[in-house]
Design a protein around this ligand. Structure first.
Ligand code: EPZ
Length: 433
């Protein structure tokens, strides 16, 4: 097992460049199999969730060529099956987009129920409701989502609560339905817009993404395209909070500042300086943050994915803060680990953290149990005095490209070592002491 070893206490300084957005890339790669022509996608993050999805579409019969670290060419003219039931499918969340993509193109799909981070119960009833409204018969059988129809017919679909996954999945299928589909109370997240822009570049007719109402006029066929994925707003947010937590000065490049507004607003509120440029953002501070209250909401509210990073930053604040998680019920699991480092956090009614800021955190052995909670523990390690070991880094590598390398470039004293390699751990400690 790999782990990060971190010697904390140094401010992060310098520049970091943000990679392509994981959650957009998952939808876009699934969409790429909706045409028999070649698609080239740029700014694809080099992370394990993407490797797994590419492997799954290869297993379906698509030809996948990695033509660079962040560029991939996909040709799905020889898809030979609509069934995917391998370990890779079951491990990632984004594999559910294959249901929408295959249902759109072939009018049938059999995809294993998705996995993803264990952050709460993650039902897919809204996806199913959407496919059924388009005319598909959908059953869960032997652990597979089985969807089937002769034809998809455009219709009006109202989601009583917004869902990123269901909005993207229904949008995929509806592109190749007959007639117009209207999705009401659609998710407005930037990756919904990015997947729609990609589909439109393939000849789809989607309007209104980024608002509550998306209108999709079905087309008979999609074509090849070249497309570049938007920067990852959560990776950008992670480095913004890391800069603030370490009392550093970091210029975060290749970002869309509009997508970061909720994070910027909270950082300003706790006294951190944030400067916005056209495609970069600079975060700097030399004092402990003030306290605040935060509630996670769908975009443009404060994203649930950033909650663990915000909670970690506030653990060092000068007052008492309250963070309420309203999207996923299990997103405070990392808090037990954080308290091993001296944080004073009480989680009440499983969705509210009361954080009493402490003056310092101290290094400890902690374990990641999901992607963003894991990243938050790395942040804590960077802020803490002494050595921190973060176990289970495979969770973090699911969603952050070259994480330790980017942190090292900003001056963080950290390395990735095998947990059995006591020699490497000793060497690291000797080198940095
Ligand atoms: C996406 O998950 C992201 N994953 C998550 O990012 C992110 O936390 C989440 O959106 C919220 O922004 C991907 O894009 C692959 P939802 P998704 O459908 O689509 C409930 C990360 O760290 N719901 O918007 O699964 C659901 O339980 C990951 O990068 C239903 O009840 O989220 C949740 O409470 C973790 N029924 C809420 O809706 C459904 O059919 C929002 O979920 C669907 C969702």
């Amino acid at each position: 097992m790999e782990q990060y070893i971190i010697k904390g206490g140094k401010p992060l300084m310098g520049e970091v460049t943000i990679s392509g957005y994981k959650n957009a890339a998952l939808g876009i790669i699934a969409a790429a199999i909706m045409t028999d022509e070649t698609v080239k996608i740029d700014n694809v993050p080099d992370i394990s969730d993407i490797d797994m999805l590419l492997k799954v579409i290869e297993e379906l019969g698509a030809k996948v060529d990695r033509i660079g670290k962040n560029k991939v060419k996909i040709n799905a003219s020889k898809i030979s099956t609509v069934t995917a039931d391998t370990e890779s499918v079951r491990k990632i969340r984004g594999s559910y987009y294959l249901v929408g993509a295959l249902l759109g193109r072939f009018k049938k799909a059999q995809i294993a129920l998705p996995g993803g981070c264990n952050i709460g119960s993650r039902p897919i009833d809204r996806h199913i409701k959407g496919f059924e409204a388009l005319g598909a018969e959908v059953k869960i059988e032997h652990g597979l989502i089985c969807a089937n129809t002769d034809k998809l017919i455009g219709t009006s679909i109202y989601f009583d609560e917004s869902s990123v996954g269901a909005t993207i999945n229904v949008m995929l299928a509806a592109c190749l339905a007959e007639g117009q589909t209207i999705i009401e109370n659609a998710a407005k997240e930037p990756h919904v817009v990015d997947v729609a822009n990609f589909l439109n570049s393939m000849g789809a007719n989607i309007k209104g993404t980024g608002t509550d109402v998306i209108r999709i006029k079905g087309v008979p066929k999609l074509k090849g395209s070249e497309y570049s994925i938007i920067p990852d707003q959560i990776e950008a947010g992670t480095f913004m909070f890391a800069a603030a937590a370490s009392k550093g000065d970091v210029l975060i490049k290749n970002v869309i500042p509009k997508h970061l507004e909720a994070f910027t607003a909270k950082l300003l509120e706790v006294g951190v300086r944030v400067e916005e440029y056209d495609d970069a953002i600079r975060v700097t501070t030399d004092t402990r943050p003030g306290s605040t209250h935060v509630k996670t909401l769908a975009y443009p509210g404060f994203l649930t994915d950033m909650q663990p990073l915000m909670t970690t930053l506030l653990s060092l604040s000068t007052g008492t803060s309250i963070v309420t998680e309203s999207i996923f019920e299990n997103r405070f699991k990392f808090v037990d680990e954080l308290t091993k480092m001296g944080a004073s956090i009480k989680v009440v009614e499983s969705n509210t953290a009361i954080i009493t800021g402490v003056e310092r955190l101290t290094g400890a052995i902690v374990s990641a149990s999901d992607l963003r909670g894991g990243a938050a523990l790395v942040l804590a390690g960077i802020m803490a005095e002494g050595y921190t070991i973060v176990e289970n880094v495979e969770y973090i590598e699911r969603g952050y490209e070259d994480f330790e390398y980017k942190m090292q470039k900003l001056g963080a004293t950290m390395a990735k070592v095998n947990s059995n390699d006591t020699k490497a751990i000793r060497k690291f400690k000797l080198k940095v002491s």
